[in-house]
Design a binder for this molecule. Sequence first.
Ligand SMILES: Nc1ncnc2c1ncn2[C@@H]1O[C@H](COP(=O)(O)OP(=O)(O)OP(=O)(O)O)[C@@H](O)[C@H]1O
Ligand SMILES: N[C@@H](CCO)C(=O)O
Length: 322
Amino acid sequence: MAVYTDIAEEELSEFIAGYDVGELLSYKGIAEGTENTNYLLHTSQASFILTLYERRVEESDLPFFLGLMQHLAKKGVTCPLPVQRRDGSMIGRVAGRPAALITFLEGMWLRRPSPRHCRAVGEALARLHLAALDFPQSRANALAPADWRPLWEKAKPQADTVEPGLAAEVEKDLGELLENWPRDLPEGIVHADLFPDNVFFLEDEVSGLIDFYFACHDQLAYDVATCLNAWCFEKDLSYNLTKGTAFLAGYQSVRPLERAEIDALPVLARGSAMRFMLTRLHDWLVLPDGPLIKKRDPMEYIRRLRFHRQIASPSEYGLETA
Ligand SMILES: Nc1ncnc2c1ncn2[C@@H]1O[C@H](COP(=O)(O)OP(=O)(O)OP(=O)(O)O)[C@@H](O)[C@H]1O
Ligand SMILES: N[C@@H](CCO)C(=O)O
């Protein structure tokens, strides 16, 4: 559970009075998520999510994230809508943290997505990429390859406590990735964290995408690689070719990948695995333990790194390369 910040009822009622959403009836901390603190709120008008932005979100980036959600929703990509305060702004402050109220989306995220769900996510990701092409704001990726080394340097001294030999292995991988990172692929706004817990389904249809707080300008195929990692590996960390094929076919049915993007997929997938391994390893080693702090296992992403390292051709992900 990630509830980093407690809110007193009085304080919350006062905060809610800044919005035209009725009276606060109840609220509770949400037992999901890693980065921010989320509360589910019921008011006399509707249900909402209150997000308090924590450590990895810069307050100056909030207009980008919230504006992107508005832009996407207008273009038919279902995602939460930020609620405006009475004074017209979308960003408030509660318990000493920047905060926003967003609309509640119906649906559930899937613990065990099927190939059919993977295809649907591929389609949704490609639609998001196309819908965001004319979004006028931009934000650099704060976890791009140039940011990996500083994160690594903090975790490295203790890395071998997670698995002996890890420090040397990651050091070598990092060097290779930084040297071979592609630079000239089609770019746009990427979600950058479209994991299963950020995609809601109603029956077998995608009902909405959430958590745009890593969204940024980057190479579009990097997002494809991130989803391959997040959606197409099994619990035993084997790659599920059927899911990979379905995801990629879904994506390409909306936005066909260019040849250069296909060729770059193994290095992008490896790099994306490195990015998530590093944030997980950092948190694993550096964050305090606590019942309300959720840490995720870095080894799940080391295992993905090892898989991608031995890929000889992008066709191994389930792509037609002819
Ligand atoms: N708009 C929404 N409608 C319904 N539920 C939501 C909404 N936004 C968030 N939630 C709930 O809150 C949980 C955590 O939200 P979110 O993924 O945004 O948090 P996070 O800490 O940023 O997580 P992550 O680990 O993915 O970065 C979700 O799994 C979901 O249960
Ligand atoms: N999706 C991330 C956590 C939130 O950034 C992970 O699984 O490591």
